[in-house]
Design a protein around this ligand. Structure first.
Ligand SMILES: Cc1cc2nc3c(=O)[nH]c(=O)nc-3n(C[C@H](O)[C@H](O)[C@H](O)COP(=O)(O)OP(=O)(O)OC[C@H]3O[C@@H](n4cnc5c(N)ncnc54)[C@H](O)[C@@H]3O)c2cc1C
Length: 179
């Protein structure tokens, strides 16, 4: 059985979808997928990958991936699954293509503004991860006198990522698996 899939947009969301589908196609993970042939088409309005990177958010030279701060348990769960999967892909891509796409020095994640800081304060003592990695005023001040907000999250599993490189190697990998 043939299934046609159209993905609109070659930003990080579209490229991640292509990678997920081509991995699925390669592994034929579930038995229900055994007889399914996936025909994936990527639709992009820009002329080429360089225009896409130049014009869209996904072309930022650097991005961070950190533990999300949220009250919504389902959203938190999805973010953690996404973070784990991204790390798995990054490790595989780096190994396969002998390149460096990310590093993990750990991150200090701080709220963007006072209302956000208040929101964080309200939820920080309700989750074991936040509780463990919560950093307070004393610590933020020893780090930098310029940090105006008083609380933060020390995320030892945080990632610094080169999104352009990530997308480039995801596409390369997907094309290789397709051929
Ligand atoms: C300054 C800045 C810093 C950021 N830092 C971080 C960070 O540290 N960590 C983090 O997680 N996120 C960060 N973000 C957010 C993150 O970059 C975006 O959430 C993410 O890149 C969105 O990806 P996307 O693929 O959904 O969209 P986009 O990158 O916008 O890609 C959409 C693609 O779809 C194409 N398209 C649009 N309309 C059509 C159409 N009608 N037909 C065909 N193609 C179409 C566009 O040309 C584009 O290529 C940052 C954003 C900015 C602006």
């Amino acid at each position: 059985m043939k299934k046609k899939i159209a993905i609109i947009g070659s930003g990080i969301a579209g490229v991640s979808l292509i990678k997920a589908f081509t991995d699925l196609k390669e592994k034929k993970l579930s038995s229900s997928m055994k007889d399914v042939e996936l025909a994936i088409t990527l639709i992009e309005k820009e002329e080429n990958i360089f225009q896409t990177y130049k014009k869209n958010a996904s072309g930022n030279p650097v991005a961070v991936i950190h533990y999300p701060v949220t009250k919504n348990a389902q959203y938190l769960k999805l973010c953690i699954i996404g973070q784990k999967k991204t790390k798995e892909w990054l490790l595989n891509l780096e190994r396969r293509y002998a390149t460096i796409i990310y590093n993990t020095p750990g991150l200090i994640h701080t709220p963007k503004n006072i209302p956000e800081e208040q929101k964080w304060k309200d939820i920080f003592h309700k989750n074991a991860f936040y509780e463990k990695y919560f950093i307070d005023e004393n610590f933020t001040k020893t780090l930098s006198s310029n940090l105006s907000l008083k609380i933060g999250l020390w995320d030892s599993s945080g990632i610094w990522l080169n999104p352009r490189k990530f997308m480039f190697f995801c596409l390369k990998d997907s094309l290789k698996k397709k051929s």
